[in-house]
Design a protein around this ligand. Structure first.
Ligand code: FAD
Ligand code: NAD
Length: 472
């Protein structure tokens, strides 16, 4: 079959489907290509959405356990793993079906199959049904995403060693689970299995969890993880895996390691992701790669003028909302609009319990750059709302340019931080000062007040904290 389209989008994740939908909304004829039955990509099928569904279950379990201290005892939860899995799969189906419908309503041509590039304006799509489509296009957007990294020392071909996709299937609740990597996936899925009843050990080779995030934020989640996990081992690397009995023998290396060989029932490897840039036929185009990522300019145009690229394929941070925003930029550039990708703040949220979220300049980055900043913190123990929720552990912080008083960065650790951080993004993008934030009336009692009060702290005092005045 031969076909032609104005825009071919390869990959149906948050980069690809957002691009296809935006293009259709601008009146561009679009063909969206992915193997799955519906758009969604990693995020919907084996990433953001299934993990958040399971994290919600984990939160319910934790809240129910903690309610004992408030005089309400639900008893021991009875876990039906098959129902849990089918509920989670139902969430995924509902969301991906919805995207399929939105795609059809916009008259996006959805081609199910794998694409191979034949040149700067043509591709071949091999469908699962054996049908081959030769497609000519004016422009293409590559949005082929990423996959789990699998370094040789951790690449044991065994169903006892899971990657994130396998862990999201909840094949079992192992008695003991080693999580290799204390990053986003390790902490989110480690929290899920800890709540479901596994004895979880997290091993992170860096000196702290979530490398790159500020320590005062990660400390909040680290304290809680230490309480719910069997162990959290920092500055420790996993250097070998081997099947042993019905489990896995793990070799650990690090200054504090007492027992280098340990045995776990299952191992989850979550040590980062690599871009899917080995797109067949890419060499027939002028598209360039650097360290695995496709190289793009500010409009997400590759070195081949007809071809754009977005999402995990083009670099960090590998986040769904970054991919979707890039998609918008690329499509608008194709439509001839004056546009560029230059966000002031890309929010990061780790959906652990409690959540950790930050955007803009971090205190660590300011320190590394030798940039003078003023940091103001509001502890959640002083937030009435946090106390009513039984979650007083948390902090909201602002990273401020001392002279202009402009807010450069926001960090939040605590329940619901992921929802709260959007206000920080707005403040940074709007060039808000601490006075702007301080003078916005925030609803009471809410956790959002912690943003307003952290702005008050900048000026010395906030209503719900007290710092004694210095006396001579
Ligand atoms: P992807 O979503 O990876 O989609 C790429 C698609 O392209 C895939 O469907 C793939 O099959 C398809 N494809 C590849 N090659 C071809 C080809 N040749 N032809 C046709 N199709 C092809 N991010 C967040 O922002 N928030 C979260 O809470 C979050 N949670 C996550 C949890 C987990 C467990 C994981 C693994 C990731 C999570 N992420 C999260 C990251 C997020 O999933 C990615 O950043 C996002 O999916 C990237 O979107 P994308 O469009 O670049 O690519
Ligand atoms: P990550 O980069 O977040 O964390 C990987 C961690 O593994 C790092 O801290 C690294 O130091 C550690 N590590 C590497 N090799 C190790 C070894 N041999 N032993 C011990 N530790 C080791 O990667 P991830 O958790 O796999 O997630 C991949 C990406 O997916 C994230 O960076 C993020 O972009 C995205 N993601 C986002 C969310 C979210 O937005 N909530 C959730 C999940 C995933």
């Amino acid at each position: 079959m031969t076909s032609s389209t104005q825009l071919a989008v390869i990959g149906g994740g948050p980069g690809g489907y957002a691009a296809a939908f935006r293009a259709a909304d601008l009146g561009i004829q679009v063909t969206l290509i992915d193997e799955a039955a519906n758009p969604g990509g990693v995020c919907l099928y084996r990433g953001c959405m299934p993990s958040k569904a399971l994290l919600h279950v984990a939160k319910v379990l934790t809240d129910a356990r903690e309610a004992r201290a408030w005089g309400v005892d639900f008893g021991e939860p009875a876990l039906d793993i098959n129902r849990l899995r089918s509920w989670k799969n139902g969430v995924v189906d509902k969301l991906t079906d919805g995207l399929g419908q939105l795609s059809a309503q916009r008259h996006v041509t959805y081609l199910r199959g794998r694409a191979e590039l034949c040149g700067p304006t043509s591709a071949r799509v091999a469908g699962a049904d054996g049908q081959v489509t030769d497609l000519r296009f004016d422009h293409a957007i590559l949005a082929t995403g990423s996959r789990p990294a699998s370094p040789p020392a951790l690449a044991l071909d065994s169903d006892r060693v899971w990657d994130s996709s396998r862990a999201l299937d909840v094949p079992s609740v192992p008695r003991s689970l080693l999580v290799v990597g204390g990053g986003y996936i390790g902490l989110e899925l480690g929290s899920v299995y800890a709540a479901l009843g596994s004895a979880v050990t997290v091993v992170e080779m860096a000196p702290g969890l979530l490398p790159g995030a500020d320590l005062d934020l990660t400390a909040v989640v680290a304290r809680r993880l230490e309480a719910v996990c069997a162990a959290v081992l920092l500055e420790t690397a996993v250097v070998g895996l081997a099947e042993e009995g019905d489990g896995v023998r793990v070799t650990l290396q690090g200054p504090g390691v007492e027992e280098s060989d340990q045995r776990f029932e299952r191992v989850l490897v979550a040590v980062g992701r690599v871009p899917n840039s080995e797109i067949p036929g890419l060499e027939r185009t002028g598209v360039r790669r650097d360290r695995g990522f496709v190289v793009v300019d500010g409009q997400r145009r590759t070195a081949e003028p007809t071809i754009f690229a977005v999402g995990d394929l083009v670099g960090e941070p590998m986040l769904a909302h970054k991919a979707s925003h890039e998609a918008r930029i690329a499509v608008e550039a194709i439509a001839g609009r004056k546009t560029v990708f230059e966000p002031g703040a890309i929010p990061a949220v780790v959906f652990t319990d409690p959540e950790v979220a930050w955007c803009g300049l971090t205190e660590a980055q300011a320190g590394a750059d030798g940039r003078a900043v003023q940091v103001c913190r509001f502890p959640w123990g002083a937030s009435g709302r946090a106390v009513t929720l039984g979650r007083p552990a948390g902090v909201t912080k602002l990273v401020v340019e001392p002279k202009s008083e402009q807010i450069l960065g926001v960090g939040i650790a605590g329940s619901g931080a992921g929802e709260l951080i959007a206000e920080g993004v707005l403040a940074i993008e709007m060039g808000a000062t601490v006075s702007d934030l301080r003078l916005c009336i925030h609803p009471h009692p809410t956790l959002s007040e912690t943003l307003m009060e952290s702005a008050d702290v900048f000026f010395g005092q906030s209503t719900h904290t007290y710092r004694p005045k210095r006396t001579r």
